[in-house]
Ligand binder design. Structure first.
Ligand SMILES: Nc1nc2c(ncn2[C@@H]2O[C@H](COP(=O)(O)OP(=O)(O)OP(=O)(O)O)[C@@H](O)[C@H]2O)c(=O)[nH]1
Length: 403
């Protein structure tokens, strides 16, 4: 790739959103407002037949190459946040190098994770380069199919119990939909014509509960004003990537649990992580955040049974856990509506110290801050977000799961 230092870095707005949410419709609508503007559009599709490109080009009324100073690039087969990342890099570098474009719009595949796309801009590759050498990420926009989102959320409520997908299977659709809402600067609530006002208001409350920072805009047929969407930079590596309520909540937890050092439940207080003001989404729609912290291991089967049958109204749960059965491994919990996943992806530092693999003085500061003898960093730290969650009930049920 050429030397990029002298090249102006054009802003890039990235459109994510689940399959069929209306990304292409939104993009084609934006292009109708592009008279006299110098935009380039990069379209990425998982299917080998790139239908979206033809649709976007169709909206241009030509072959899309250079009409009114605009250019449309087809990234072809593969997803930008995984297999096609280099192609996106090359496309952006090439577009930036021309100096011709004032804004670049990227439509990702429906299965792209916004966090993964943002990482292309924020993290350097082994050669010390990132997409931000060529362009500036202006905003992550997630397009949400209002009706589909509500259907997915209700499907589990009607089923009345939660499921665990088979290990190694495909990722639950709803989990991806939640992640696309959690890591975004703007949420476009599309297909509002298909849902009544009461449901739209409920959905806005749910989305606020997941991501308080994002701006929410309603749309039909992707009709959003280009000035609103593209007019200012919203992406902030710190703020956007940490916008998810569960992550903000975990990050805000003081290392008080570490200081206590006693067996059993240390604290269960949303007051520890939030201000006294009750957020609007909680007041209006009953979306609540409950934190659970403890310094004793769970019995895995009990935790699993809790997740299957209890915590009615639970929309999202994330965090890490410690079990009696696998005491050395750090467990990660992810609940998205009716699907729960419990994975062990890492070791506790206490286990590594105990086995002599690392020394006490090698523990990072963050781990030292939560360290408490005799458990070390082993602990429960879980965030639950949902409608009508009763903190006392959740706490009592989880305490009953402890060994
Ligand atoms: N009723 C209704 N249909 C819409 C709306 N927006 C888009 N659609 C339709 O929804 C379907 C999917 O829209 P697309 O814009 O292709 O969605 P996408 O997110 O680009 O889809 P993928 O590329 O498959 O991920 C199309 O048939 C659109 O015409 C809307 O606001 N209301």
């Amino acid at each position: 790739m050429s030397d990029t230092c002298s090249i102006a870095r054009p802003p890039v707005t990235v459109f994510c959103g689940f399959l069929g949410a209306g990304k292409t419709t939104l993009l084609t609508h934006l292009l109708t407002q592009a008279a006299g503007r110098k935009w380039a559009v990069v379209v990425n599709d998982v299917a080998s037949l790139n239908i979206d490109v033809s649709l976007v080009r169709g909206s241009e009324g030509g072959d899309g190459a250079g009409s009114e100073g605009r250019k449309i690039i087809d990234l072809g087969n593969g997803c930008v946040c995984c297999s096609s990342r280099d192609e996106l890099g090359e496309a952006l570098a090439e577009l930036a190098a021309t100096g011709d474009y004032e804004h670049i719009l990227v439509e990702t595949t429906g299965v792209a994770e916004p966090r993964g796309v943002a990482a292309l801009f924020t993290q350097k590759n082994p050669f010390g380069r990132s997409l931000s050498d060529f362009a500036r990420l202006s905003a992550l926009v997630s397009v949400i199919d209002a009706a589909h989102f509500l259907r997915e959320w209700r499907a589990y409520q009607e089923r009345g119990h939660r499921e665990f997908p088979a290990p190694g299977g495909t990722r639950p659709v709803f989990e991806l939909m939640l992640e696309q809402a959690e890591c975004a600067d703007v949420l476009v609530l599309n297909k509002c014509d298909l849902a009544p006002e009461t449901e739209l208001a409920e959905l806005e409350g749910v989305l606020r509960g997941l991501n308080e920072r994002a701006e929410i805009v309603r749309a039909e047929q992707g009709r959003v004003d280009e000035g609103f969407l593209l007019g200012r930079r919203r992406f902030d590596a710190q703020e956007t990537l940490k916008a998810a309520t569960w992550l903000r909540t975990l990050n805000r937890l003081a290392p008080a649990g570490g200081a206590a050092g006693v067996a059993g439940v240390v604290i269960n207080a949303r007051k520890a992580a939030t201000t006294n003001a009750v957020p609007e989404h909680e007041r209006k729609f009953g979306i609540r955040t409950v934190i659970y912290q403890a310094r004793r291991p769970f019995v895995e089967e009990k935790l699993r049974a809790f997740l299957v049958n209890e915590a009615e109204g639970l929309l999202r749960a994330k965090g890490f856990f410690w079990t009696r059965e696998r005491p050395d491994e750090m467990g990660f919990l992810s609940v998205a509506g009716g699907v729960a996943r419990m994975d062990y992806l890492n070791y506790w530092w206490a286990a590594l110290v105990g086995s002599g693999k690392v020394r006490m003085d090698e523990r990072p500061e963050a781990i030292q801050a939560v360290w408490a003898e005799p458990q070390g960093d082993r602990r429960q730290e879980l965030v639950f977000i949902g409608t009508g969650l009763e903190e006392g009930k959740i706490t009592a049920a989880l305490e009953a799961c402890l060994a």
